[in-house]
Write a protein of this length. Structure first.
Length: 216
DNA sequence: ATATCGATTATCT
DNA sequence: GATAATCGATATG
């Protein structure tokens, strides 16, 4: 099946997709499509790198300290956006997993742009001219959030299963190839767990492309 | 190509 | 007061 070149060919994922262990959601969400579809923004990009955060029993997860004002979306129903602000500079996007009362999420780490590349560049305030590395458009959690105009104020708690919300996740028949795993990036606790999932051949994958775990 | 560092603020100890 | 699920710039091999 050819790559998506229009939003009409993308079908939203249902809530049951997210109502599972974050490891399973992380693996299966690779190759799916993140869509921003509002009055003035029409973006789509393929999900090529994610990390699973396992909830209250995962020391690296924001949910580890329990339900707070910041992370309460993680403890709500599955399929909703958890957006947090980090390092005084950047927003990062997660989708809630599991079920109401049980935290768990998947962090989006890299996207491969399909639609609205010029708009993404404008959101990132970069030019597409010159020798600039094109993958910097959506490679990395902070970069992809900026490309999609995602902020906590606008998007935290948004329903990612509903096209009506303007930010949602769909599938277009793409079959993921070369899924690999590694340890998660940028964390200090539980560093050895292989909870980062990525498409090894995709140029937008951030950081190291080396797997620390067997092929899956 | 890898290393180091400053930015800048919400959140928690 | 310290830390953080990061990025971009600068320095150095």
């Amino acid at each position: 099946m050819p790559p998506s070149n229009n939003l009409a060919s993308i079908r939203p994922l249902d809530r049951a997709f997210f109502a599972r262990n974050p490891r399973r959601v992380a693996r299966e969400i690779l190759g799916k499509v993140l869509v921003r579809d509002t009055d003035n923004l029409h973006l789509a990009a393929r999900i090529v790198e994610v990390e699973a955060y396992l909830g209250q029993n995962d020391p690296a997860a924001h949910a580890a300290a329990g339900n707070t004002a910041r992370n309460s979306v993680l403890f709500g129903p599955p399929g909703y956006a958890y957006v947090y602000f980090i390092y005084g500079n950047h927003y990062c996007l997660n989708v809630s997993c599991e079920r109401e009362g049980k935290a768990g999420s998947v962090l989006f780490r890299a996207l491969d742009p399909l639609l609205g590349i010029a708009e993404m560049a404008a959101s990132r305030r970069v030019s597409l001219e010159g020798p600039r590395d094109f993958t910097k458009l959506t490679s990395g959690p902070g970069r992809l959030a900026e490309a999609f105009g995602i902020t906590r104020a606008r998007d935290n708690g948004r329903d990612l299963t509903s096209p009506d919300s303007g930010l949602w996740i769909g599938e277009d028949g793409f079959l993921s190839r070369g899924i690999r795993t590694s340890s998660r990036i940028g964390i200090r606790k539980a560093v050895d767990r292989p909870l980062r999932y990525f498409l090894a051949q995709n140029p937008f994958v951030s950081g190291g492309r080396k797997s620390t775990s067997p092929r899956i």
